[in-house]
Design a protein. Structure first.
Length: 200
């Protein structure tokens, strides 16, 4: 597998230093750092790297090496974590050179570092706060990004649904306009489906 040869470990760099990384790193095509946000597709703890699916269409996957997580006190992150970072283009694609923010609210599993539960959503509390099951329609779902949105007839607000919520219900795939039933609560960023089931 050729994937390991794609990355080179980076020291954490600041905004002013990011553009200067080009001359110091072999195989780099463009030393201009650009702001990238997206969702972590996976992270291999043993190999020490993973890939971010960028929100920007056509940008491709962004390699995230564990060295850029160190200033945040981490060596890895769970699938589904939202990241904002600075990235530079190398000959095989973009690589994060600095992580600006980490959002674990959509992560599939808790981050290993956090033993207190401060960063992780409390699923039991969310379920307790959710309403009864109600009919919803799939607006869209992106398996690569690991999340999507539902709609209900009572209002037009998008309802966030994570892939792990579907997995817990034994649902592996959904299509636009598919009918489901969901228990919904108000999350930090809007309506959130905490339990789903197939209609009927």
């Amino acid at each position: 597998m050729q994937m390991e040869s794609r990355f080179e470990p980076l020291s954490t760099v600041g905004h002013d230093a990011a553009a200067g990384v080009a001359g110091a790193q072999a195989g780099q095509v463009d030393g201009t750092a650009r702001h990238v946000s997206g969702m972590l597709k996976w992270f291999d703890v043993t190999r020490g790297f993973g890939f971010l699916v960028a929100d920007e269409p056509g940008l491709g996957d962004v390699l995230v090496h564990f060295s850029v997580l160190q200033r945040h006190g981490r060596r890895s992150l769970p699938e589904g974590t939202r990241l904002e970072c600075l990235a530079i283009r190398r000959d095989r694609g973009f690589q994060a050179c600095e992580v600006l923010s980490i959002d674990l609210t959509t992560a599939v599993e808790p981050a290993l570092r956090d033993r207190t539960g401060a960063d992780r959503p409390d699923l039991v509390a969310l379920v307790d706060a959710a309403g009864p099951f109600e009919p919803v329609t799939v607006k869209w779902f992106n398996r690569l990004k690991g999340y999507g949105f539902l709609m209900r007839g009572s209002d037009s607000a998008d309802i966030f649904v994570h892939m792990e919520t579907l997995r817990r219900a034994g649902i592996t795939d959904v299509e636009p306009d598919q009918m489901l039933r969901a228990r919904i609560c108000e999350g930090r960023k809007g309506p959130l489906a905490v339990l789903v089931e197939r209609e009927g």
